[in-house]
Design a protein around this ligand. Sequence first.
Ligand code: AGP
Length: 608
Amino acid sequence: MCGIVGYIGKKQAAPILLDGLSKLEYRGYDSAGMAVYDGKQIHMSKATGRLKVLSEITHEGATLPGFVGIGHTRWATHGAPTDSNAHPHFNETETIAVVHNGIIENYLKLKKKLIERGYEFHSETDTEVLAHLLDLYYKGDPLQAITKVMHRVEGSYALGIIFADHPDVIYAVRKDSPLIVGKSEEGNLIASDVPAVLKYTRDVYFIENEEIARLSEQDIEFFNVDGEPVEKEAKRIEWDIHAAEKGGYEHFMLKEMNEQPKTVRDTINPRIKDGQIVIEELGMSDEEIRAIRKIHIVACGSAYHTGFTAKYVLEGLARVPVEVDLASEFRYRNPILEEGELVIIISQSGETADSLAALRMAKERGCQTLGIVNVVGSSIAREADQVMYTWAGPEIAVATTKAYSAQLVAQYLLAIKFAQVRGEIGETQVAELLRDLKKLPDQIEMLLSHKERIQKYANRYLASKDVFFIGRGIDYAISMEGSLKLKEISYIHSEAYAAGELKHGTISLIEEGTPVIAVATQDDLFKKTLSNIVEVQTRGAFVMAVTNAGNTEIEKTAEYVIYIPQTNPYFTNSLAIIPLQLFSYYVAVGKGCDVDKPRNLAKSVTVE
Ligand code: AGP
């Protein structure tokens, strides 16, 4: 996620901005910049790479003298990590500077209109649209210009803005992306998150959605989207700096699990316009989509599990043959790849060695390639013919959660789009699918709120040695991810098994007390999975089940039952995985494991 810091007060602003940005580095970024008013005009400095680079080129801020300024660390979403794409962004006369965290969903339409009005753009970012739009509406009153911009843009934004002819104030604006205000003796600050201001103050105002803050050296005022004053109380922050980096959560993994509603929303919303799926970055015409004869999905670990899920969704909806491979197998098995076949590589980091090698092999064989990637400008993103970003923001915990959820919904969107273009589903079914898709974030939110109950269940498994996850169809894919989550952070051995396969050997392992976690969200397979649950339960297994609300008969055989809300059967992975993530998290915490940095694991496996 991008990081924003602003300062106005008696001290030199630039060193304070650099210090504040350093406290936000944990959010992940690939470039940084600052803009400071020096008494006559706004000067700007920005650089790709680590904050150290910006600090060096500005001599720790000395080359940007002045008492009011804004700073930014950029996590690239629109446009690769480059100096020109780094924030802040200027209007043409360099009298307005803006930094932004979030996604402007209608930036292309606004950019087109601004270009028609003669504005010139110098970056690929959605943020630069804001700088020119402020310029368009600015007639001497910054607050009026800002409220007009707020009425025009769609999407999420946290903004820091300075105006050269109003150098005695900084403006902060918020919609969906977090932004706070700190009041201190040395001056007043804005920031994306509490850690950036804790050195100066513990008295913080949390800007609410569609609110504006105006900070002078002495005062802090708040307004609503109509420019009307709003009264706010400061909150006293008691967190220590370390806890604050995690937004008050004990671990990054828990924080990122709780970010899943937002990352699913950010991945879906910009790609649904007027009830239609619009995946601009797909770069494929309807003809080309109709000409696809087969899809290969290639990935590692959790990314592979999303691809395994997508096989059912793509084949079920778009009726196109799908083959799913582990990248480490695919690259060496000399696969049969023909013209007209699409190879989709899924990767959070975009740097996984096996997945990158698989991509290169597919391209050598003449296949069309699509990357579904989270890190903008990463190797897979750059080398794939097309890339569809999962806008999950940086994922710090080694065990993926929010990127996994974003990868799932990105593939649901692809499947619906392909099915519609290939004439397999009509407008009514598209509308129903999109309705269910847009409900997922709130349903995930609701499931996350059941954490106490999941923690209670988890405490029963702290001494477990072997745990079995079973399921059929998409439930088998969910079992794979549930099993991996448990293994990688709690170090408890577990296996995911196709429930129908148990009787072909593995059921011999089931004895009194063997923990079995059964996933039963596929209505058409529910009875079959139920009979598999009975099979293991009658041999002594202790069963915890994850199933759809209403399937209460399962309570006759399962000790614990976790219900998920109704959704389309193709989308249940997005819901059932939430309690399984929480389950693994609380087992690992209960065992005292290092949840964010499990032993032997790296966040990105860039070697074979
Ligand atoms: C998942 O929790 C693991 N961290 C791991 O399996 C991961 O999904 C896998 O290494 C793939 O990484 P990528 O998505 O960055 O390519």
